[in-house]
Write a protein that binds this ligand. Structure first.
Ligand code: F6R
Length: 609
C-alpha cells in the first residue's frame, strides 16, 4: 500500500508530485505529504486525510523547488495523523524519506537508535527509523548512505530519499514493493505505479527487487546490490491518462462497471486468432506440459479469489484435472503438496498483492509451473511467473474491483477451454460453440446494465438493512461470495454469503422477518433446488431479491423482487449475474452516503501481509 511520487528536473516539483499523488490515492488515502529541497533545506508539508487536505495546507506557500518526493499513505504502523504522515525526516532535518511497505526489524532499529544515538522519535511509524539511519550514515553522499541503511533493514519496502545538501538528486530502492522510473526530457520521475506519471512521460523503467536508483535531471541510473550499473530496457506505455479519468460518471466504480463489455471484448479478442482459436502469444506452456499436470492450485485474495472459485468449476469441468483453490494468506503458510506436475495459477489485478506474491514464490520453490492472471503489465506477479495471461481491463481505480473480476473470469474460461482442447477432454465442436457463446457476453452484459433504474429504485428501498445474506448453488454460490464482498466493502453492511444447501446446517437460525436475502438461481440444473431454498428463508419471513435467467418466471411467486439476466449457458452466468450485484452494492452505498471509490480501511493494492 501507499503511493510514492518523486521528481527531479527543472519544473515545479510540488505541482508534479501533487498531480501524481492524486492518481495514486487508490493505494492509500489516510494522509499525504511532500518534501522538497529548497535553498539548501528540506521543506516539509504533510497532513492527515486525502491529497485535497495537503493542497489546502500548502496553500500559496512558495514551494518552487524542482526536486521533491511525496506520499499518500495507508497506515500500517501508527494511526493516520499529521505526525505519522510521510515524508519523515531525521532530527537535523536534512534528510527526508517516503516509504511503502513494512520494515520488519523496525522495533530493534528504533531501540538501537534511541539507545546508541539518543534519537528522539516523533512518530509511531517504522519509516522514521529509515530517515534517522540515512541521516547517521550520511557523509556527503546520499547513495552511500542509502546503501548502508538498506544493509541494516529487513522487510518489504520501496523508498525514495532526498538530502538538503544534494539538490537535483533522488535515491530510491525497492524490495517487494513496486517502483517505476519515468524518463522525461531533462527530468526524471519515480512512482509506485505508472498512472502517476502518465501526464508527463510514456517511457518507463521497471525497477526489480534489490535494485537502487539514482535520479538526477540528466540521468536515471539503476544499480544492483553490489553497486554494479544495470542496463534496463525502456518500456513504452501504450494507454493514456484519460483511461484513468472518471469521464462524467459520479464514481470510478460506476464507470468501471460500465466498462465491462469493452474490457471483456478486449480480453477475449486479443487472445483469439482469425480461426477463433485461443492464441498463447508469449505463453510457453506446451500441449505436453498441459497433459503432464496432475493437479492445479488457484491462489489469490479477495475478489480475485472469488474469480478463482469460478475457475475451479470451469477448469475441472473442461480440462478434467483436480483444481484446489485457496486464499494466498493461508496457502503460503500451510505447506501444500506441490511437485513439478503442479500448475499454480495466481490471480491478481494489481500483480503486487504481497500474499499472492509470497504464495507464488513458495509454489515455485517447490517446483510448480506458475501461470498468472494479471491486469497490470510488468507488475511483480507478472514478472515472477513462468507465463502470464493478461486481463485487458485497463486501469482499475475504484478500490472495489468490478471489471478486473469479470475479465479474470474470462481468463478462467479461456484457460479451461485451452487446456481441455489440448488434452482432448473437449471436442473442437464444443470448444467452438463455447467460444461463440463467450463472444456474445459483452452484448449480453450491456443488457444487464439496462437494469440500472430498477436497481437504483430497489436500493432506495433496501439501503437501510443492517444484515444481508447471499445464497446460491454451484457457480451461483461462487458469485454470491463476490456479491457479498462488494456490498460489505463499500456500504459497510454486514453481509454474508453461503452455499444455499448449507443454510439448514446452522445459518438459517439468523433468518428473521425482514432479513434481506439475495438469492442467485441462474443454474438450470439447480433451479428447482434453489426454489426450495428460497421457500425455506421465505417461511422465516425473509425479504428475497432473486437473480434468475430469463424465462424462469416461476421464481417470481417466491421472491419479493426478481432481476433477470439474459439466457445463456449455465457455465457463463457468473459473467452476467455479478452485474446486478455490483450495481446493487454501488447504489446502496451511494444511498448510505459512503465514500464509494475509497472505502474506509481499504486500499487498492495490498503490499503488506
Ligand atoms: C475487492 C478487492 C480486493 C482484491 C484483493 C486482491 O473489491 O478488490 O478483494 O481483489 O485485494 O487484489 P489483487 O487482485 O490486486 O491481487
Amino acid at each position: 500500500m501507499c503511493g510514492i511520487v518523486g521528481y527531479v528536473g527543472h519544473g515545479n516539483a510540488k505541482e508534479i508530485i501533487i498531480d501524481g499523488l492524486k492518481k495514486l490515492e487508490y493505494r492509500g488515502y489516510d494522509s499525504a505529504g511532500i518534501a522538497v529541497v529548497q535553498d539548501g533545506k528540506i521543506l516539509l508539508k504533510k497532513h492527515v486525510g486525502g491529497i485535497a487536505n495537503l493542497e489546502n495546507l500548502i496553500g500559496d506557500d512558495p514551494m518552487t523547488s524542482s526536486t521533491g518526493i511525496g506520499h499518500t499513505r495507508w497506515a500500517t504502523h501508527g494511526a493516520p495523523s499529521d505526525i505519522n504522515a510521510h515524508p519523515h525526516c531525521n532530527e537535523a532535518g536534512n534528510i527526508s524519506v517516503v516509504h511503502n511497505g513494512i520494515i520488519e526489524n523496525y522495533a530493534e532499529l528504533r531501540e538501537m537508535l534511541e539507545r546508541d544515538h539518543n534519537v528522539k522519535f516523533k512518530s509511531e511509524t517504522d519509516t522514521e527509523v529509515i530517515a534517522h539511519l540515512v541521516g547517521i550514515n550520511y557523509e556527503g553522499d546520499l547513495e552511500d548512505a542509502v546503501y548502508k541503511t538498506v544493509g541494516q533493514m529487513r522487510g518489504a519496502y520501496a523508498i525514495s530519499v532526498i538530502a538538503a545538501s544534494e539538490p537535483g538528486k533522488i535515491v530510491a530502492v525497492r524490495k517487494d514493493a513496486p517502483l517505476v522510473v519515468g524518463l522525461g526530457k531533462d527530468a526524471h520521475f519515480i512512482a509506485s505505479d505508472i498512472p502517476a506519471l502518465l501526464k508527463y512521460v510514456k517511457e518507463i523503467y521497471f525497477i526489480e527487487n534489490n535494485e537502487f536508483v539514482v535520479l538526477t535531471p540528466e540521468s536515471a541510473k539503476i544499480y544492483d546490490e553490489d553497486r554494479n550499473e544495470i542496463h534496463r530496457e525502456v518500456f513504452h506505455v501504450t494507454w493514456d491518462a484519460d483511461a484513468a479519468e472518471k469521464e462524467g460518471y459520479d464514481h470510478f466504480m460506476l464507470k468501471e462497471i460500465y466498462e465491462q463489455p469493452k474490457a471483456l471484448y478486449e480480453t477475449l479478442t486479443r487472445r483469439l486468432d482469425e480461426n477463433g482459436t485461443i492464441k498463447l502469444d508469449g505463453i510457453k506452456m506446451t500441449k505436453e506440459d498441459i497433459e503432464g499436470f496432475t493437479k492445479i492450485y488457484i491462489v489469490a485474495c479477495g475478489t480475485a479469489y472469488h474469480a478463482g472459485l469460478v475457475g475451479k468449476y470451469i477448469i475441472e469441468k473442461l480440462a478434467k484435472v483436480p483444481v484446489e483453490i485457496d486464499v494466498a494468506s493461508e496457502f503460503r503458510y500451510r505447506d501444500p503438496f506441490i511437485d513439478d506436475k503442479t500448475l499454480f495459477i495466481a490471480i491478481s489485478q494489481s500483480g503486487e498483492t504481497l500474499d499472492t506474491l509470497a504464495a507464488l514464490r513458495e509454489a515455485k520453490r517447490k517446483g510448480a509451473r506458475v501461470l498468472s492472471v494479471v491486469n497490470v503489465v510488468g507488475s511483480s506477479v507478472a514478472r515472477e511467473s513462468d507465463d502470464v495471461f493478461y486481463t485487458w481491463a485497463g486501469p482499475e481505480i475504484a478500490v472495489a474491483s468490478t471489471k478486473a473480476y469479470t475479465t479474470q473470469l474470462m481468463c478462467m474460461y479461456l484457460i479451461g477451454l485451452h487446456m481441455g482442447y489440448e488434452k482432448g477432454t473437449i471436442t473442437r465442436d464444443y470448444y467452438d460453440k463455447f467460444i461463440a457463446d463467450l463472444a456474445e457476453i459483452p452484448d449480453l452484459l450491456k443488457m444487464c446494465l439496462g437494469n440500472k433504474g430498477y436497481i437504483e429504485g430497489l436500493s432506495k428501498m433496501l439501503y437501510n438493512k443492517e444484515q444481508v445474506f447471499f445464497i446460491g448453488r454451484g457457480l451461483d454460490s461462487a458469485v454470491s461470495y463476490e456479491g457479498s464482498l462488494k456490498l460489505k466493502e463499500i456500504s459497510y453492511i454486514n453481509s454474508f454469503a453461503i452455499a444455499a444447501g448449507e443454510l439448514k446446517h446452522g445459518t438459517i437460525a439468523l433468518m428473521e422477518p425482514g432479513t434481506l436475502v439475495l438469492s442467485l438461481a441462474t443454474q438450470d440444473f439447480l433451479y428447482e433446488k434453489m426454489l426450495s431454498n428460497i421457500e425455506e428463508v421465505k417461511a422465516r419471513g425473509a425479504h428475497v431479491f432473486s437473480i434468475a435467467k430469463e424465462g424462469n418466471t416461476s421464481i417470481e411467486s417466491k421472491s419479493n423482487e426478481v432481476i433477470y439476466i439474459p439466457a445463456c449457458r449455465d457455465e457463463l452466468t457468473p459473467l452476467l449475474s455479478v452485474v446486478p450485484l455490483q450495481m446493487f452494492a454501488y447504489y446502496v452505498a451511494k444511498e448510505r452516503g459512503c465514500n464509494i471509490d475509497k472505502p474506509k480501511n481499504l486500499a487498492k493494492s495490498v503490499t503488506v501481509e
